[in-house]
Design a protein around this ligand. Structure first.
Ligand SMILES: Nc1ncnc2c1ncn2[C@@H]1O[C@H](COP(=O)(O)OP(=O)(O)OP(=O)(O)O)[C@@H](O)[C@H]1O
Ligand SMILES: [Mg+2]
Length: 507
């Protein structure tokens, strides 16, 4: 990109002794350097441990010192300039006014003598005129060199540029497949590009190519692949898990208020810009009865907004490296923020942050860390937490303002029970037209969604897996044989409802 070239030219003209470029796109970085130095009278040398030192522009007649001097002769005279130390000694003795690019030099910065050699030359930049450019995927500048070096960041492509990349790849495919027509789902294309923001050019290009090549179409499944790839790029430690399966709200019966609440906020969340940062939705808690679709609804939030779904599992947070729980939490937060906009799903949050545990206050500190982040959060990471048991929930978490809303998920009413039955029959390819859903809904009072689903599953088994024989009667029998949890746990559920009244909104 032209802007990068110009900025790099400026840095070179300012004669910074050391320029550090952290990037996975080495070729692109070298290319930028070539273009930035093309019209300067400083030559470019490239070093790597494998290839040693060589002249990038390969001008064989290049002379920069006394007439008899040739760089090639000097290089060969020094023999092994692959060794980083001898290379630095050689440059020190012979080379002036050059830009010396060191590829993957980061391991050698752990060697005191090498750091010292670099520092001495960097300090003499004004008289010798050499600039070192260090290109690595990751590079920590040792403190000895920090004052002498500056970082240069290669800019990532913006949405327009990403769109152009996808278009280029589409054109290439179309040229090779003249007899076919590339199918593009407009909404999927938009989501695809949105999810490529933050990727490097070459990653984006590779993703676009993969998306198109597998089936000659850009569809929603391609969007998932891009989301997952992006997640892999940022979540090296594996503290969050990427949930490939987000649900659709059409798979979830009931939850009318939640659906409405979310659709009102979709634009504010997904396309929020920096100015609107204060009003970005923070998150919700889904509290309620077991098996009534809390986890399912949490997944559907990501599905309906078309953003990645990341799951934070306290078990992993606590166990990954013993004693590093708080660091793990910070890592997890960093990962989520790198993937914004996204949904961070914390299932059964009460299990992770139970108050008064015997873990030397670790869970207290995790809770504190989580709360601080929630209070200060400006990123578009939408938290969806679920919980069954309010008594285990610390009051700080549910205080107003931390989360946008607490939704109470009650047992489904008759109408919702009918829809749940219908959805799950359909999913198993059972014709629901001849089944008296109203009757079944009436007879299954107190059943949770999970129990209704189980009724269907058991019914299929009881007719010997011959789905055609599942009918109102077989389903009714299963309902009669089920003792729903709500009857066993009537007291707890009443307690939950009483607590929820006035404190929560019905989902
Ligand atoms: N409202 C609903 N619409 C459709 N399916 C439902 C609904 N509620 C429950 N189910 C079915 O029951 C299953 C279990 O629901 P889910 O795991 O989401 O419940 P939960 O509230 O998270 O329960 P728990 O408190 O035990 O974690 C779902 O996978 C789904 O198949
Ligand atoms: Mg659940």
């Amino acid at each position: 990109m032209e802007k990068d070239k110009r900025n790099l030219e400026i840095l070179l003209d300012l004669h910074f002794p050391i320029i550090v470029i952290e990037t996975h796109e080495e070729t692109h970085a070298v290319d930028l350097l070539k273009r930035a130095t093309l019209h300067k009278n400083r030559n470019l040398l490239l070093w790597s441990i494998a290839a040693g030192l060589h002249d990038v522009f390969g001008k064989p007649d290049y002379r920069f010192a006394a007439p008899k001097y040739s760089l090639e002769n000097e290089l060969s005279a020094y023999g092994d300039v692959q060794d980083p130390e001898s290379m630095l000694e050689m440059v020190k003795a012979n080379i002036k006014h050059h830009i010396i690019v060191l590829l993957d030099f980061h391991p050698y910065l752990a060697t005191p003598k090498i750091v010292r050699l670099l520092k001495e030359q960097a300090q003499q930049q004004s008289s010798i005129g050499n600039t070192y450019v260090l290109i690595s995927h990751q590079l920590a500048v040792p403190p000895e060199l920090s004052r002498l070096s500056t970082r240069f960041d290669i800019s990532l492509p913006n949405k327009e540029q990403l769109k152009a990349i996808v278009k280029e790849e589409a054109d290439i495919w179309q040229m090779k497949n003249r007899d076919k027509k590339l199918e593009v789902d407009a909404k999927a294309l938009k989501l695809l590009i949105r999810n490529m923001v933050g990727m490097t050019k070459s990653d984006a290009r590779r993703m676009a190519r993969n998306a198109i090549v597998d089936d000659g179409a850009i569809t929603h499944s391609d969007v998932k692949d891009v989301m997952e790839a992006r997640y892999r790029l940022v979540n090296q430690e594996g503290i969050l898990s990427f949930e490939y399966d987000t649900a659709r709200f059409s798979d979830v019966a009931g939850f009318h208020n939640l659906k409405q609440w979310l659709s009102k906020r979709e634009n504010g969340f997904v396309t929020a810009n920096a100015q609107a940062a204060i009003d970005i939705p923070k998150g919700i808690l889904l509290l309620g009865v077991q098996g009534c679709g809390k986890s399912l609804a949490a997944k559907a939030v990501a599905g309906v907004w078309g953003v990645p779904l990341l799951r934070m599992d306290f078990g992993v947070l606590y166990n990954k490296y013993i004693g590093e729980t708080e660091k793990n939490l910070r890592e997890a937060i960093k990962t989520a923020e790198a993937l914004e906009p996204c949904v961070l799903w914390i299932d059964e949050i009460e299990k992770g942050i139970e108050s008064g545990g015997e873990d030397n206050g670790v869970s207290q500190r995790v809770l504190a860390g989580l709360l601080t982040w929630m209070a200060e959060k400006k990123s578009r990471v939408f938290i969806v937490a679920t919980a069954n048991d309010i008594s285990a929930l610390p009051p700080e978490l549910i205080r107003k303002g931390r989360l946008d809303e607490i939704f109470f998920v009650d047992l489904p009413d008759a109408e919702t029970r009918g829809v749940i039955l219908q959805l799950h029959l359909q999913r198993r390819d059972i014709e629901a037209g001849n089944i008296d859903l109203a009757l079944l809904a009436h007879e299954s009072k107190g059943f949770s969604g999970a129990e209704l689903e189980q009724v269907i599953v058991s019914s299929i088994y009881s007719v010997g897996l011959d789905k055609g024989r599942v009918n109102t009667q077989t389903l009714l029998e299963e309902i009669r044989q089920t003792r729903p949890l709500s009857r066993v746990m009537a007291e707890q559920i009443t307690g939950l409802r009483n607590w929820a009244a006035g404190r929560t909104v019905s989902a």
